[in-house]
Design a binder for this molecule. Structure first.
Ligand code: CS2
Length: 474
């Protein structure tokens, strides 16, 4: 079987003229497109989200939205994509139907750690207008700032205008955080550059949403059947996607272009970002930890259990929704529950549990604080926190060991082991991690007591019993 690449895509396109293809193909000439976007963090999420929006813009006849996809460190995906001329197929799965789409927007791929000069040159190229980022929660450090500042310095030195730089990671206030990171890094050596970055570039806040599990061999073999070609970069996602972005662009007209492709351009992203981080991602983290401890492999396996479904429904309704402003929250919740239940996604709980120590502070902590301050119930969050503590023991309730992939993993796991037989000691030690829980929560007697209660139940009777006790009426 031949590989997917520009030449075989042309054959597919030609034969689709004779027999309409069930696979959606790029209907624009890729050779006319040029790199207008440098994307940092070339993973599954970007390829199934922003790259597909840019693909739609190319499809609409605007050639400025081609992408240079930059992997930060790992080389496999970037090299495999480059070997396929940037092409890959996406399986889009709703509950009712499966469809395939070949995405053409990624024109080039490289690796920042290996080809930083190419990344810097691309940022300083006249045709480049945007930088987008999906570098994960832990990516917002000095290495990222250095790369961006180097590219922006080269751009300024070339006498070009600024860039729109859009963080697409699950952080609150992501644009503003990135702006601060870049401006601070530049200011260390060059105050004028820092000033230019601050004023000539635009850092819109944005909320991005689409569930994109890590690609598997199953996607590749399904792609081979659908395309009749080998696609080493095939992946799968759900039909739903959402991108809400703040109206803050170097080129104002970009707002209209994005809106025409289905992006929601707004004055204030906050209500959307908070609802998404706390309801989707907050539930995801809870489900992932519960699933890991019970030994359930995927989110859909978890949600198929009535007790977990009920827990997640209550988690969103009882503690998250009262603190949120996004309009239409009950419908948003019900749509989320349906998305979690999508059996085609096979979204692994351990993928989501990765880096939980960095995710919990963004997804749970503010709500716990607000609820305690209001004297309101924190029950589902206290239970979820106790499950996280149980998860840190590194083996499920059947005794099956699993790896904990987290920058604080070793320390947290050692702490959990050390206090293994001592519930109050475990709770005290793990709540004392201020990067997760802040300064106040560890000293809140009500919070501590509720987490202790649930950890006690979990250690004596298991997670299923705890879930049953949380909602005893049904
Ligand atoms: C998930 C997210 O892995 C995780 O932490 O919660 O990747 C989630 O699937 C996306 O944010 C959905 O938009």
């Amino acid at each position: 079987m031949q590989p997917l690449n520009q030449a075989t895509l042309m054959q597919l396109t030609d034969s689709a003229l004779v027999t309409p293809s069930p696979v959606q193909l790029p209907r624009y000439r890729r050779t006319d497109a040029h790199v207008g976007v440098v994307h940092l963090g070339l993973g599954a999420f970007h390829r199934a989200h922003q790259a597909m929006v840019f693909d739609a813009l190319l499809q609409r006849g605007d050639p400025r939205w081609g992408v240079l996809g930059v992997a930060m460190r790992t080389t496999e995906l970037a090299d495999a994509l480059a070997a396929q001329d940037g092409l890959y197929a996406v399986q889009v799965a709703s509950r009712e139907a499966l469809r395939w789409q070949v995405v053409g927007a990624v024109l080039q791929a490289c690796v920042a750690a290996r080809e930083s000069a190419q990344v810097v040159a691309a940022m300083a190229a006249p045709g480049t207008r945007w930088v987008t980022l999906t570098v994960t929660e832990k990516g917002y450090g000095p290495a990222l700032a250095a790369l961006l500042v180097q590219g922006l310095a080269a751009r300024r030195a070339a006498g070009l205008g600024g860039l729109t730089i859009a963080s697409c990671d699950n952080l609150s206030d992501n644009g503003r955080k990135l702006q601060q990171l870049c401006v601070d890094a530049a200011a260390q050596n060059d105050a004028a550059l820092a000033q230019w970055i601050d004023t000539a570039c635009a850092f819109p806040n944005s909320m991005v949403d689409r569930i994109v599990p890590a690609a598997t061999a199953q996607h590749r073999s399904d792609a081979a059947k659908a395309l009749g070609l080998v696609d080493a970069c095939a992946l799968g996602t759900e039909e739903f996607w959402e991108w809400v972005i703040e109206r803050r662009f170097v080129d104002d007209e970009d707002g209209d272009a994005l809106a025409a492709a289905g992006v929601h351009v707004v004055e204030d992203v906050k209500p959307f970002e908070e609802a998404k981080l706390r309801m989707l991602n907050g539930s995801h983290t809870a489900i992932a930890l519960i699933g890991a401890v019970l030994g359930l492999p995927t989110v859909a396996d978890c949600i198929a259990r009535p007790a977990i479904h009920r827990f997640v429904h209550g988690f969103m309704t009882d503690v998250m929704m009262p603190q949120l402003q996004r309009p239409g929250l009950p419908a948003y919740r019900d749509a989320l529950l349906a998305r979690f239940a999508n059996p085609e996604l096979r979204h692994k709980v351990h993928q989501i549990a990765t880096d939980s120590s960095l995710k919990i502070p963004l997804r749970w902590t503010a709500t716990v604080q607000a609820r305690l301050l209001a004297g309101a119930s924190v029950e589902p969050l206290a239970l979820a926190t106790a499950v996280w503590m149980r998860y840190l023991l590194g083996a499920d309730e059947q005794g099956q060991a699993y790896a904990i992939s987290d920058p604080l993993g070793e320390t947290l796991q050692a702490t959990a082991q050390q206090h293994r037989g001592d519930v109050p000691g475990t709770v005290r030690a793990l709540l004392a991690v201020t990067s997760i829980w802040g300064e106040v929560l560890p000293h809140d007697a009500r919070w501590t007591a509720r987490v202790e209660h649930w950890l006690q139940v979990i250690r004596r009777q298991g997670v299923a019993a705890a879930l049953a006790q949380l909602h005893p009426s049904d």
